[in-house]
Ligand binder design. Structure first.
Ligand code: ASP
Length: 409
């Protein structure tokens, strides 16, 4: 009898391999791929990127709590990246050889394969919002150049008169003295498996530094830089766009997962390391399937990337970020590692004031032990606190520029 039970159990294990914990939702972000040799020598700069990736994931997490919809998460995350000069999208975008900022973005929802994109736009503050508007408000998938700028203005999206709005002190130097060798990486992307089981993908970029006027990369091309299909996966790519277009990287991965039933990680590895290689088409991608399996391979020196997911049964949250091969755990509620922020420090008087304001009338008594701030966004505080019974918990406080701080548990 025991033997029969054991055999049945083993058959079950073989037929249904013990899956990693089921996930309620998964959020992946990337902030571009490239050589990044300067960052190898500057840990303080790496910290800035870790903090920015963490902010992006926390913004995604907050949005997931608010609406539970992947499309809202992708928009919130990419809006954040487009406002952050560290990345090659929105402000901070790379410059064309003509000294102009020409931006590309796209978004796709896997539940109905609806998609929108804009290419070569020069006056739209948040190209990802324009891509979404194309998807929502037109019968088309892609608008480009002046037409896309006009469409955005006519539909009340934020536009900027001066194309130099997108410049930063760093990119202005390129405008003034264009240098081929100082490549900037930092295209941004986000893919999500949401609470409703839907997949969504979005990508936004300034393109390749020194690109020719009118050049369009893979980012706004559905199937090259972005794809989402509920019966396959959601993908956002970054790297040398011409190669990603030639290899239809995003739809290629979806095809392998959907029709060839290849595990997402194996399929992505084959594309990134065999179809593309670091000489011809360096870069990487982030992708997630409907089971919550995810992958973030890259064949370049590094790729700014991060993942945040919540387990279905336990409710545990995990968050990791990485640039090179390393991964840095930011939150691992399962093993009680919370608040492994890059800027963890003792609580100052000012922090205490924020803490007290936010926790006034809070349901339990907490003593703050240390705090991590997310310097780049400058809005989130993560306090490690002790409960009365001695256990440690983390408490995130969102401090808007105006108004009362809010607690996000
Ligand atoms: N893929 C983008 C492009 O070719 C650039 C990048 O990801 O760095 O436009």
């Amino acid at each position: 009898m025991k033997k029969v039970l054991f055999t049945l159990l083993m058959m079950n294990v073989i037929l249904h391999p013990i899956q990693a914990q089921e996930k309620e939702y998964v959020i992946l972000v990337h902030g571009g791929a490239g050589v990044m040799s300067a960052l190898q020598e500057h840990p303080e700069q790496r910290d800035m990127y870790y903090a920015a990736l963490d902010s992006a994931l926390q913004i995604g997490e907050r949005q997931m709590q608010l609406t539970g919809k992947g499309v809202d998460v992708v928009l919130a995350v990419i809006n954040y990246f487009e406002s952050n000069p560290l990345f090659n999208s929105g402000i901070g975008a790379t410059v064309s050889a003509a000294g102009q900022f020409e931006l590309d973005a796209s978004i796709m929802e896997g539940k109905d394969l609806s998609a929108g994109s804009v290419a070569g736009v020069k006056h739209i503050k948040h190209p990802i919002n324009a891509a979404y508007a194309v998807k929502k408000m037109t019968p088309h998938v892609m608008l480009s150049g002046d037409g896309a700028d006009q469409f955005a203005a006519e539909n009340g999206l934020e536009t900027v008169k001066d194309n130099l709005y997108f410049a930063t002190p760093k990119t202005m130097k390129w405008v003034e003295k264009f240098k081929e060798e100082s490549k900037k990486n930092g295209t941004v992307g986000c893919v999500v498996l949401d609470k409703e089981g839907n997949l969504t993908a979005g990508t936004s970029t300034g393109g390749m530094l020194g690109k020719k006027y009118g050049r369009i990369g893979d980012a706004p091309i559905i199937g090259a830089g972005t794809y989402a299909d509920n019966s396959g996966c959601a993908v956002s790519c970054t790297g040398h766009g011409e190669y990603f277009i030639r290899h239809s990287v995003a739809s290629n991965l979806n095809f392998r997962v959907k029709f060839l039933k290849q595990p997402i990680e194996e399929a992505a590895q084959e594309i990134i390391f065999k179809e593309l290689n670091s000489e011809e088409g360096n870069g990487g991608l982030i992708a997630v399937d409907k089971e919550g399996n995810y992958t973030m391979p890259f064949n370049s020196g590094g790729m700014f990337r991060g993942v945040l997911y919540r387990e279905k049964n336990t409710g545990y949250l995990t968050e990791e970020v990485g640039i090179f091969k390393e991964t840095k755990k930011m939150i691992d509620e399962k093993s009680n590692l919370v608040g492994a922020f890059t800027h963890q420090r003792p609580v100052t008087k000012e922090d205490l004031k924020i803490f007290n304001d936010a926790t006034k009338g809070y349901k339990e008594k907490l003593v703050p032990l240390s705090v991590g701030t997310q310097v780049v966004a400058g809005i989130n505080y993560l306090f490690i606190c002790k409960k009365e019974n001695g256990t440690k918990v983390s408490l995130k406080i969102f401090k808007p520029l105006k108004g009362k701080p809010r607690i996000i548990e």
